[in-house]
Ligand binder design. Structure first.
Ligand SMILES: NC(=O)c1ccc[n+]([C@@H]2O[C@H](COP(=O)([O-])OP(=O)(O)OC[C@H]3O[C@@H](n4cnc5c(N)ncnc54)[C@H](O)[C@@H]3O)[C@@H](O)[C@H]2O)c1
Length: 274
């Protein structure tokens, strides 16, 4: 089989490989001939080269997981995440602080030409509005100081899912400018609603009309494989000039909102109690 994506015998790390998009990403990378190392806090049934039980809320667990992988890492796929039915600080830890700590621990293992892709969300698509605040959190030097920032600013992070994804997007764009100096690219995807085990939690947290509106204009949810494909592309040899990019994978939602064809704020306003 041709190896146009360049994954044959590459050592790759996938977080969140237990289910959903992470599982689909790991599966695709196995099919492409990569040596796949998985990290999750739940066991993974795929035939991986290695698996380490890592809880992204726990810095020591992250360090132990990275030590277990050891050696060279050619690509990192940050797929693990938590929805905001979980405690605010847990969401911040998994979706940003732990993801960042893991990434920073893996970067020294990455040779020139390596790449990192993380899953953010269209929920973070409003990142422009609070740029200065997110840059402040992104500028904290490590997990612990980042956590202190979150504890001191709980009033800002009430909607922890949206906030964590916005910070992830801004940190990705900031890191694109610095990591490329050592030959490592970093990007993130912004998925729209996707049929994974996380969906029932979103349906608990938001009215159906809002979730359906986020699936406009395509009018259906994505499959996990439709989210894995763009992640695999971003870290591949077909994307060597793509860097620091928040990449919507949303069936046209971002384009529709940006051009005023989808009026999400109107919908949200219409649902706000008087
Ligand atoms: N499903 C959607 O509609 C949707 C939309 C936009 C973005 N996302 C994002 O996509 C990513 C993948 O989510 P999914 O939809 O596949 O859901 P999912 O629940 O199937 O996958 C999440 C994965 O993260 C792992 N995980 C959770 N907490 C962890 C922790 N503390 N330590 C280690 N691993 C942990 C879970 O075990 C699971 O394997 C997440 O970042 C999510 O925020 C999902």
């Amino acid at each position: 089989m041709s190896d146009i994506l360049g994954y044959k015998n590459k050592r790759v790390v996938v977080t969140g490989c237990f289910s959903g998009m992470g599982e689909a990403t790991a599966r695709m990378l196995l099919d492409l001939g990569a040596e796949v190392h998985g990290l999750d806090y739940k066991d993974c049934a795929l035939p991986l080269a290695s698996f380490a039980k890592v809880d992204l809320r726990e810095p020591d667990s992250i360090d132990a997981g990275v030590a277990k992988i050891g050696g060279r890492v050619d690509a990192l796929f940050n797929c693990a995440g938590l929805p905001n039915v979980f405690p605010v600080l847990d969401v911040m830890k998994v979706n940003f602080l732990g993801l960042r700590k893991l990434t920073e621990a893996i970067v020294p293992l990455m040779p020139q030409g390596s790449a990192i892709a993380s899953i953010a969300s269209t929920a973070g698509g409003g990142w422009h509005a609070r740029m200065a605040t997110h840059k402040e959190l992104a500028a904290t030097p490590d997990f612990e100081t980042g956590l202190k920032w979150c504890e001191a600013n709980q009033h800002l992070i009430d909607d922890s899912y949206t906030f964590s994804k916005e910070t992830l997007i801004i940190w990705t764009m900031m890191s694109g400018a610095s990591l490329i100096k050592r030959g490592v690219r970093i990007n993130c995807t912004l998925p729209g609603p996707t049929q994974t085990p996380m969906m029932p939690d979103f349906e608990k947290a938001a009215p159906k009309a809002v979730i359906d509106a986020a699936a406009k204009p395509i009018d259906r949810f994505a499959t996990p494989a439709e989210q894995a494909g763009p992640m695999v592309f971003l870290n591949s040899e077909l994307a060597t000039y793509v860097n620091g990019v928040p990449f919507p994978v949303d069936g046209g939602f971002t384009g529709g909102v940006t051009t005023g064809q989808i009026d999400l704020s109107g919908l949200l306003a219409s649902m706000t109690p008087a």
